[in-house]
Design a protein around this ligand. Structure first.
Ligand SMILES: Nc1ncnc2c1ncn2[C@@H]1O[C@H](COP(=O)(O)OP(=O)(O)OP(=O)(O)O)[C@@H](O)[C@H]1O
Ligand SMILES: [Mg+2]
Length: 393
């Protein structure tokens, strides 16, 4: 094949984060990217699929667009489609086979898991509350949702989900001597939450000190590698306030990670959140949207009290050019739910529950839908798994 233009390294780098959900590898290493170059502010990308009518096309398209649009100077992404020829298909299947054989991922998170990191830059704006409420609402819809409390020293997820058991570590794989940490599980509706937090591990001063000695990014890396997460539709990561190193580690370890930025209506929170967004862009992590928390307090007679000011979410979304996914009112039920371990999003009524559930509806249907495995090469991939004796978990 002759290439008429030189591929753009930055675009190719971002496309390495686009995973073919069935082949479990990124579209660049799978040889599916025919060309990727920029012409003024437009990125042109040609992708060859296993079959032209592959239903995963929409997922791959959306992923390519979100990622590549995060590049400075790129305003439009034009995708062109092609089909792999028989020889290329055989090569792709060989790679998939190899993947199934040694599954050499640096983490226990499967590439088909949608990873959402919840960040803000500023402390106390509601990252943890947003994380547990979104997680519980996703689980309520039948999804299996991992919750990783990356706030190693300031953990709050266990309390907010009413968990206090100690995590166990077990040797899972007979060939390995390395024990795996088993997440704490909690059923929610027809789904499941799987939670890992240092708050479920620290029981003595000694272990607390041990964790304190670990670098934050290293601790998060360990949680991604040494936890037996198993199957997950979503992984939500509650980020510690304003730490660049954790974010960089995440971007490196989980190329599929995307970010939700939480802010309050206050100008100060918005300014700090812009810095987090900048950092996300520098580590090539796409930002899916902004969630405004602690918006106006509404009294029973309907009067709005914008305690922390107004408009922070809208302004931030406009400034970093992503959608505002919703505004969560300031409501005592949120802190009460956090204190008694029952996320308010699991209740059917109330303004806060409605706001959380509307955000989750948008995530699931449009902004970050689960990766659908039942499509074009599903049949072939299960053949691959069976042929190497590694049926999908
Ligand atoms: N919309 C809200 N209405 C009322 N209380 C809220 C709301 N959002 C969060 N809170 C309360 O505010 C406090 C801080 O929230 P949270 O712990 O979720 O913030 P955070 O950003 O994770 O903080 P940190 O930076 O310390 O990790 C908690 O007590 C929580 O219950
Ligand atoms: Mg927190």
């Amino acid at each position: 094949m002759t290439r008429t233009r030189v591929d753009d390294d930055a675009i190719i780098g971002l496309l390495r984060g686009v995973i073919d959900p069935e082949l479990h590898d990124n579209i660049v290493d799978l040889g599916m990217v025919r060309s990727a170059y920029r012409e003024k502010s437009t990125a042109h990308i040609t992708i060859a699929l296993t079959t032209a009518g592959c239903p995963l096309r929409a997922t791959i398209k959306r992923d390519c667009e979100t990622r590549v649009k995060s590049l400075p100077g790129i305003e439009k992404v034009k995708l062109h489609w092609d089909e792999l020829n028989a020889e290329e298909k055989a090569r792709v299947m060989e790679r998939a086979r190899k993947y199934a054989r040694d599954n050499a991922s640096p983490t226990e998170i499967q590439p088909t898991t949608r990873v959402l990191s919840i960040a803000s830059g500023k402390g106390g704006v509601g990252k943890s509350s947003v994380t547990v409420n979104i997680a519980a609402s996703l689980a309520n819809r039948g999804f299996t949702v991992g919750v990783l409390d990356a706030d190693i020293w300031g953990f709050s997820v266990p309390r907010m989900l009413g968990l206090d058991a100690r995590l166990e570590a077990k040797i899972i794989d007979n060939d390995s001597t390395r024990p795996k940490i088993i997440p704490e599980e909690r059923s929610e509706g027809s789904g499941l939450l799987k939670v890992v937090s240092t708050g479920l591990m620290i029981d003595t001063e000694e272990t607390a000190l041990m964790w304190r000695g670990l670098m934050l990014a290293k601790a998060v890396e360990q949680f991604l590698r040494d936890v037996q997460w198993g199957y997950l539709d979503y992984l939500l990561i509650d980020m510690p306030p304003g730490t660049g190193d954790v974010q960089m580690a995440l971007a490196r370890l989980l190329p599929q990670a995307e970010m939700l930025v939480v802010t309050t209506p206050a100008l100060s929170a918005q300014k700090v959140a812009v810095r987090v967004a900048d950092m996300a862009r520098r580590s090539h992590m796409p930002i899916l949207g902004v969630i405004e928390n602690m918006s106006a307090f509404v009294t029973p007679d309907g009067t709005r009290w914008p305690v922390f000011g107004e408009g922070g979410g809208v302004r931030l979304a406009a400034e970093i050019d992503v959608p505002l996914l919703g505004s969560i009112p300031l409501e005592p039920s949120i802190s009460a739910g956090g204190d008694n371990g029952t996320p308010v999003s699991t209740s059917k009524t109330g303004a806060a529950a409605t706001a959380f559930n509307q955000i989750v509806e948008r995530l699931v249907s449009d902004i970050a839908p689960p990766l659908d495995l039942s499509s074009c090469s599903a049949h072939t991939i299960s053949e691959v798994s069976v042929s190497v004796g590694n049926p999908r978990k």
